[in-house]
Design a protein around this ligand. Structure first.
Ligand code: BGC
Length: 329
């Protein structure tokens, strides 16, 4: 482990400083920003030992401020993915959010967790970001104390662990919105990557990408990633992981770049995985320059009683972990 002191990465228009933490261990080098918990860069070796950054990111803070829409590498909350009609019932009260995606709420609202500056402190082989999201922030109830701990383990895997508590009933769905290109962040179209997802079902959606509520069998469809297939383009869908919600992180997906040999194995405690083939990316990126694999609960769970619950109540501790492990073959 090489220790790096956090550096100044940029300054927000209101004068708030944003810092960059750099972690290095077992061949992996990760840069994490206190703005939005963004993983700006993640460098890993290929089968010849050549290192490349395998996630999309901007070189400076200005890029993130000018282009928030793709949520590049960000920590997304309070509710990753969509809430239909930007409203949800909880204990008999209907909470209204500000729609920011057609009629729906996407990724926590206009100023979600990805646009906040987090407090940062060191932990063994990593850092812990934390903040208090006040009651009513972006329309969500409950004062939420939330943290995300980023560490590199002895094998060089990036582990992101989330914890949260609330003082009133609320809903919560957190994800890391990384876009991977295992050939390198500047290698161009990533549609030739081979992807496997341990999911026999997915959640079909309507025209606004809201799940219909059905858990549909993937057999015989382009959603069957149980055997490896090319990612191509045109995916923005949640897969129902066969393992379900698990107390410890279990394998959910594997992404492989045949050219470099780099392989990413994602394990998670979460029950769902959103595959987004990045069909809309701002310049300097082109469509499908990366592949977003977002571990999470299913979209619109607060309005879908049949989906695993995203409700967090006072006295409970929300815990979630996702592991991004790298290897070559
Ligand atoms: C969503 C996409 C959205 C993208 C960038 C993904 O998680 O599923 O619909 O365009 O994030 O905001």
């Amino acid at each position: 482990m090489t220790e790096h002191a956090p550096e100044l990465f940029g300054t927000l228009p209101d004068g708030t400083e944003v810092h960059r933490w750099t972690l290095e261990r077992a061949g992996t080098r990760a840069e994490i920003l206190t703005y939005g918990g963004i993983v700006r860069s993640l460098q890993v070796p290929d089968r010849e030992g050549r290192t490349a950054n395998v996630v999309l990111g901007f070189p400076s803070l200005d890029g993130y401020l000018a282009h928030p829409d793709p949520y590049l590498g960000a920590l997304v909350g309070r509710y990753a993915n969509r809430i239909a009609g930007a409203r949800f019932p909880l204990d008999g009260v209907v909470y209204a959010l500000e729609p920011n995606n057609g009629p729906n709420s996407l990724h926590g609202g206009a100023r979600g967790f990805d646009k906040r500056v987090w407090d940062a402190g060191p932990v063994d082989h990593g850092l812990r970001l934390s903040r208090v999201s006040p009651h009513g922030e972006e329309g969500f109830p409950g004062r939420l104390s939330v943290s995300a701990t980023y560490t590199l383990d002895a094998a060089g895997a990036l582990r992101i662990g989330y914890e949260a508590t609330t003082d009133a009933p609320t809903v919560l769905n957190l994800t890391h919105h990384g876009y991977f290109n295992l050939a390198g962040h500047d290698a161009g179209h990533a549609g030739g990557h081979a992807l496997r997802i341990a999911a026999s079902r997915f959640t079909p959606v309507d025209a606004d990408l809201i799940p219909t509520g059905v858990l549909q069998d993937v057999t015989g469809t382009r959603f069957d990633f149980r055997e490896t297939r090319r990612t191509g383009s045109g995916y923005d869908h949640n897969f129902v992981l066969d393992k379900g919600v698990s107390a410890a992180a279990q394998e959910a997906a594997e992404l492989h770049d045949p050219a470099s040999g780099r392989t990413l194995t994602i394990s998670t405690t979460e029950p769902g995985l959103q595959l987004y083939t990045a069909d809309h990316l701002p310049a300097p990126f082109a469509p499908a320059d990366g592949i977003a694999l977002e571990t999470q609960h299913f979209p619109d769970s607060p309005n879908q009683p049949g989906f695993p619950s995203t409700v967090l109540r006072p006295g409970e501790v929300f815990r979630s972990e996702t592991v991004y492990a790298f290897s070559v073959r």
